[in-house]
Design a protein around this ligand. Structure first.
Ligand code: APR
Ligand code: PHB
Length: 394
């Protein structure tokens, strides 16, 4: 088999890239380790920057998002029971975010892919990139007990944090940067109306909490939990009680609870690998970087990488400008570090982490007060929450 681009991984990064390339007439094959149903079963964030929404439309998969997605022009931050609304639209000159679940947009991308007749091979095992430093790379894999080999021009590693792509770069060519936070987020999905029409990020002495939503009948709530906590120890009742304790009274009083549809603990990690390319292999999304979920930048940072590689490859194939591929990593990394810094800062600002001195506690309180009380502070939050623009490739 032969194609222009082999894409490893059918998460949002791989599927979005595949559709955008297809629209430009650039053939590609996607290889995914698990089944399509398994991919759709993962519950993840659902706050889209306008840049992501535009890319999804350009990929021909934005129709349902434009009908069912909720446009939010504000977000709330609550500190010890007091609520502050960050008016995203007025603080950023009209920018907004769209609340649309990752499961839904993944399904839309899968449907668009089916219509495009491009090959996607699910349950492809032992996927392995070869000769990435040379001019004739190829990818080998197995499916249903048979071995396959695909020759290609480029390989896009969209296979997440635990994928094979990053591991196939010689370790002396990369540097990793990491911060692992103590504990994680315990999340519950429930078929109940959301407690507030907009998202509420809550800082509380007992720890962080987030009220989010997927639709007017589906809510997503999170509470910060310590490193030793196990999901089995959290009955629905215990979860709702703890969430209520961390929310402002008027929200706690009107919270409608119900049985959890999904309950899991997500770790909090900041991670970046540099550079994000080696020879003809490019890393995108979670394969190259991870952010803690505060600020909802995971999916949106991945979209920046997709935009960059898509812009470069479009010019490579339409104008023969293959030298542009060398700009991939440096272009992505500037925006990646922006997302990393914002997520790290929001996490530190809104969580309760042990081990602070009395002085550091005071600094923390003062920082919260400054950013929420002043318009300048709110503007800084709003500007980054709605997302910074993508860099153009010239
Ligand atoms: N071979 C083939 N596919 C693989 C392999 C492999 N060796 N290893 C992992 N994969 C697949 C996974 O099964 C998964 O479907 O790659 C995909 C990676 O998808 P995500 O982890 O969702 O990563 P990405 O698409 O970059 O996601 C971007 O969305 O899901 C969020 O947390 C994610 O915020 C991030 C954003
Ligand atoms: C979510 O809805 O799952 C969500 C929203 C915002 C975040 C993180 C997760 O910052």
């Amino acid at each position: 088999m032969k194609t222009k681009v082999v894409i490893i991984g059918a998460g949002p990064s791989g599927l979005l890239l595949g559709q955008l390339l297809h629209k430009q007439g650039i053939d590609n094959i996607i290889l995914e380790r698990v089944s399509a149903d398994y991919v759709l079963g993962r519950i993840r964030a659902g706050v889209l920057e306008e840049g992501f929404a535009s890319l999804l439309r350009e990929a021909g998969a934005g129709e349902r998002m434009d009908i069912d997605g909720e446009v939010h022009d504000g977000v709330e931050i609550a500190v010890d029971g007091k609520r502050v609304r960050i008016d995203l639209a007025s603080l950023t000159g009209g920018k907004k975010v769209i609340v649309y679940g990752q499961t839904e947009l993944t399904r839309d991308l899968m449907d668009a892919r089916t219509l495009s007749n491009q090959i996607t091979s699910y349950e492809a095992v032992n996927v392995e990139p070869h000769d990435i430093a040379g001019d004739l790379p190829f990818v080998s894999y197995e499916k249903d007990g048979q071995k396959f080999k695909i020759q290609c021009d480029y390989i896009a590693g969209c296979d997440g944090f635990h994928g094979v792509s990053r591991k196939s770069i010689p370790s002396d060519h990369i540097k990793e940067y990491e911060r692992v936070y103590p504990g994680g987020w315990l999340g519950v999905l429930s078929a109940t109306p959301p407690v507030n029409p907009e998202l509420v990020y809550a800082h509380h002495e007992r720890g962080f909490a987030l009220c989010s939503l997927r639709s007017q009948s589906l809510s997503r709530y999170y509470i910060q939990v310590g490193p030793k906590e196990k999901v089995e120890d959290w009955s629905d009742d215990r979860f709702w009680q703890e969430l209520k304790r961390r929310l402002p009274d008027e929200l706690a009083d009107k919270l409608i609870t119900g049985p959890s549809i999904e309950k899991s603990i997500a770790p909090m990690r900041s991670y970046v690998v540099e550079p994000m390319q080696y020879g003809r292999l490019f890393l995108l999304g979670d394969a190259a970087h991870i952010v803690p979920p505060t600020g909802a930048k995971g999916l949106n940072t991945a979209a920046g990488d997709v935009h960059t590689l898509y812009s470069i490859l479009t010019k490579v194939y339409a104008e023969g400008r293959s030298e542009l591929t060398e700009k991939y990593s440096q272009t992505c990394l500037r925006r990646v570090w922006d997302g990393e810094r914002f997520s790290w800062w929001m996490s530190n600002l809104l969580h309760k982490f042990e081990g602070k001195s009395a002085f550091e506690e005071k600094m923390h309180k003062s920082e919260l007060d400054y950013y929420l009380r002043t318009e300048t502070g709110q503007k800084i939050i709003a500007d980054q929450y709605v997302g910074l623009p993508y860099d153009e490739i010239k």
